[in-house]
Write a protein that binds this ligand. Sequence first.
Ligand SMILES: Cc1cc2nc3c(=O)[nH]c(=O)nc-3n(C[C@H](O)[C@H](O)[C@H](O)COP(=O)(O)OP(=O)(O)OC[C@H]3O[C@@H](n4cnc5c(N)ncnc54)[C@H](O)[C@@H]3O)c2cc1C
Length: 380
Amino acid sequence: MDFSFTPEQEQYRKEVIRFGRERLGGSVRELDRKEEFDRQGWRECGQFGIQGLPVPEQYGGSAADILTTVVALEALGYACRDNGLLFSLGAHIWACELPLFNFGTESQKEKYLARLASGEWIGALAMAEPEAGSDAFSIKTTAIRKGDSYLLNGSKSFVTNGPLADLMLVVASLDPSKGWQALTAFLLEKKTAGVTVHPQEKMGLRSSTLGEVFFEDCEVSAGDRLGEEGVGAAIFTHAMECERAFILSTAVGTMERVLERCVDYAKQRRQFGKPIGKFQLVASKLVDMRVRLETARNLLYRVAWLKSMGKSVFAEAAMAKLHISESWVASCLDAVQVFGGYGYLTDLEMERELRDALGSRIFSGTSEIQRNLIAQLMGL
Ligand SMILES: Cc1cc2nc3c(=O)[nH]c(=O)nc-3n(C[C@H](O)[C@H](O)[C@H](O)COP(=O)(O)OP(=O)(O)OC[C@H]3O[C@@H](n4cnc5c(N)ncnc54)[C@H](O)[C@@H]3O)c2cc1C
């Protein structure tokens, strides 16, 4: 097994770090306080090529392989403090762009993919509903066929990028009494009549937008159905496999960035006449953070490597999602503690890092659901 980067990956990683440091995250405290999205940063990511990383060149992307994409996103997480922007990028790439690429018709790809890849458009996935979270396939939003189109009625909750998205991948049911077999996916332009979005305020990742989406006799043409009727559950499962595997690529970079800050602080902050890092109880926190970072990174790279070999990564994706999210939260808790009272103040941004990390145990399937999936795969 070869863990080294190619010279091209190493060079690109450096470029991403330079870009992230120079162009992104400067006003994150303000954005977090006001719950604002960095639209300009999003556009610059588009120009730099972030949203287009895994997209083929014919649709304006750079056709990077999955490992290069993951390494680039990890580097962006290391360089950019705006975890909300990073999360929005992840939701856009893994939950909208890739399912469109994997399941879309040629004309759907031509219509939408280049706009998503360039960052001109923002994408979202609308699956969860007020009564259907972990039990995702129990959704009640309906899509009733009417000639050459479908009428969507119902509502979605917790849609990342929802308030700003131009395109939403919406999963609806042709007949709720038929369960998962009736689920069908649609590509819905948000400007479509009958769609309204209400922003939802949240604890962390506040510079990423989240919203409830309501559909009232909202007409979608059959040409905008993604896949065949009844394959919505399969499309969602496939999208979730990718999302779980890779949405925390940026978080691994963030964990490294936070660890470096903690180590620097532990070397310069003195109490009882010596740097606090010389106290074993402080040093052991930093060691635990380092071990979590390395294990999180190794799981991420392994799942990317398996995916690049064309293998199914259902179990590995659940394990990566579970381990990286739990490690991210645990390390942010340690980071706040290492900074002491200053960690609790907003100035040094450690409390924001912790608030940002907490959502990762919930989105893309909670930690409990990842454990259930892994247990099932172990025959339990
Ligand atoms: C920041 C953020 C962004 C999100 N973005 C999106 C998005 O873009 N698109 C989208 O569709 N959704 C999104 N979601 C929704 C997310 O997928 C759901 O919140 C998540 O699946 C949990 O559903 P729920 O909130 O309804 O909780 P519930 O399913 O009601 O769960 C409540 C608690 O019960 C536990 N629980 C439930 N069932 C079981 C079980 N069988 N065994 C053990 N424990 C169980 C859960 O783990 C949790 O602790 C987002 C959520 C967040 C927080």
